[in-house]
Design a binder for this molecule. Sequence first.
Ligand code: OGA
Ligand code: MN
Length: 215
Amino acid sequence: MYTAHEVLIRPDDPALCERITDALASDGWIVLPRAVSAEATAALAAEIRQQFAAGEFHRAGVGKSGQLQVVNEVRGDHVNWLEPDSAAPLQRTWLDWLQQLGSKLNRNLFLGLQEFEGHAAIYPPGSFYKKHLDQFRGTSERSITTILYLNQDWQQQDGGQLRLYLDDDCHEYCDIQPEAGTLVVFLAARFYHEVLTAQRERIALTGWFKRRALS
Ligand code: OGA
Ligand code: MN
């Protein structure tokens, strides 16, 4: 087993935060292959698989908290929420880096981000997540989506691509391979997206920077 001291999860490119800030201001989205080293993503995946085997995951729901429902036709992933006080060591270091990113985004883009929520997600073979927006209708809480993929040697035929729709009519899209180390960041209110059916187990760390709830 790795410990946080052996493998520090620190995205390799020191200018990563600036690249993300610039991209969010111009296009509203960015895909960064190899943002995190192969060693670190392998260690993160091992940590997450161990938690899954220990029964720490549950089926992901659909809808606002309080009204969550498991709907197989919409999404088939299992999730484990990251709690800052009790997150496993490697995931904790990922949360720490995201916190730095959040401060930079606030400083440079004046987004008023106040909180972060995130989870590890495991899609078993055959599962998907249908087209959706991460911002629930009528709320502006989830402001920015971040996804780090942890799947080594992902092949085209493994499916499981993130299909990010680039226009409001969802005619134009970009398919993103969930390859280990790829980091995707986008404005949560703007981009519909879906996870195509994965043919093998697919692991990601997904999270949202949030503005404070209005009610
Ligand atoms: C989500 C989501 C995309 C992915 O969890 O809301 O859209 O590629 N995930 O895992
Ligand atoms: Mn989503």
